[in-house]
Design a protein around this ligand. Structure first.
Ligand code: BGC
Length: 349
């Protein structure tokens, strides 16, 4: 019997999953380093007002580390970002039970969510792009408890204006919830605390949450609140009023038309002169101020502490499958889920 057949009959061990790094660089030198582990953004190199370069996202040195990325540095989160209460929802008359990975709740797609998967990578030659790479995977029917085979792709595209466009697409063969996002932690100084950054968000409301960080269903107006990010606020000042930090879903001002990118947030570090402009097609922005980071070993032996980075996660409404009052996140067979978010790191204007 040939060797390969005999090893198959013994049940061949699966080859180890080897994660790789991929580099996109534009003419100015702005560089995005990606990995197929979790379809993640590992590094984003950006120039400061004195011509110095820094990597402005938190993460790990080795791509392999992104397969066990407990703090979700830079990764693609799915099938459904954030929490699903009691790890369960009803769809097409059936109750679906998901893996519970945060107490009794389901967080960021479960223990084996998209952030822990090794994606297939493919270089793309797109007009106008300095470089582009597409990651894709199939999430099987029943994976983590979700119904339907879901084919997903995430395309990263760096442009000559220092913008990194992330385009997501998905299609399914059964009705299923889909809510994808990127979980990069930004620190525009490159290291230290991000509490000196100012943040502006084009949102008039945010979702009230309970002790488990699940939306109660109430929308709160930002006017008169510590979270009135319609005007730039220094994060350190906001946290003086909200010591638990920001971990909230902001309801963005409506898009001018369906699926159009609009500017929704601006993060600025006045010390380096860098700012991050966020534009998206999505209705919501989860702002997370790295509240649970606690001496997490990161790049070059650095220890990330609370508030070392800020996540600006564009997405749909949180726990929407269990909150009929929120706009839905169902994807039906025959439809295509599309979301686009662009992060542009440039000198503050
Ligand atoms: C959530 C946090 C959660 C964190 C995990 C964020 O997107 O909003 O509640 O603790 O992800 O890294």
């Amino acid at each position: 019997m040939p060797d390969d057949a005999s090893s198959q009959s013994r049940g061949a061990e699966r080859p180890p999953e080897i994660a790789r790094r991929y580099t996109l660089r534009n003419r100015r030198g702005t560089t995005a380093v990606l990995t197929d582990a979790g379809a993640s953004l590992m590094e984003f190199w950006s120039v400061d007002r004195n011509g110095g370069w820094a990597d402005v996202v938190l993460g790990h040195d080795a791509p392999q580390a992104y397969l066990h990325n407990d703090n979700y540095f830079g990764c693609t989160v799915g099938r459904v970002a954030n929490r699903i209460s009691l790890s369960s929802f009803e769809c097409s008359g059936a109750r679906h039970t998901l893996t519970a990975n945060e107490g009794e709740h389901h967080l960021h797609g479960g223990a084996g969510g998209f952030s822990s998967r090794l994606w297939r990578a493919e270089w793309l030659d797109l007009p106008g792009a300095a470089g582009a790479l597409r990651f894709s995977l199939r999430s099987a029917d029943g994976e983590e408890g979700y119904p339907g085979n879901l084919d997903v792709s995430v395309t990263y595209q760096l442009d000559e204006q220092d913008g990194l466009l992330i385009e997501y697409q998905a299609s399914t063969d059964k009705t299923t919830p889909v809510n994808l996002t990127n979980h990069s932690y930004w620190n525009l100084a490159g290291e230290g605390s991000a509490l000196g950054h100012t943040l502006q968000v084009q949102a008039g409301e945010y979702l009230e949450v309970d002790a488990a960080l699940l939306p109660t269903g109430r929308r709160l107006a930002v006017a008169g609140d510590a979270f009135d990010f319609r005007y730039p606020l220094r994060l350190g000042d906001v946290l003086k009023q909200r010591p638990a930090g920001v971990d909230h879903c902001f309801v963005l001002n409506a898009a001018p038309r369906d699926n159009a990118l609009r500017d929704v947030a601006l993060l600025t570090d006045h010390s380096s002169g860098r700012s991050l402009q966020v534009a998206t097609t999505e209705p919501c922005l989860q702002v997370y101020s790295g509240n649970v980071l606690d001496r997490v070993e990161g790049k070059s032996g650095r220890l990330y502490a609370q508030h070392s980075g800020i996540c600006l996660e564009a997405q749909g409404y949180i726990n929407a499958p269990n909150r009929p009052e929120f706009p839905a996140i169902w994807l039906q067979p025959g439809e295509v889920y599309r979301q686009r978010t662009r992060y542009r790191c440039a000198l503050a204007e």
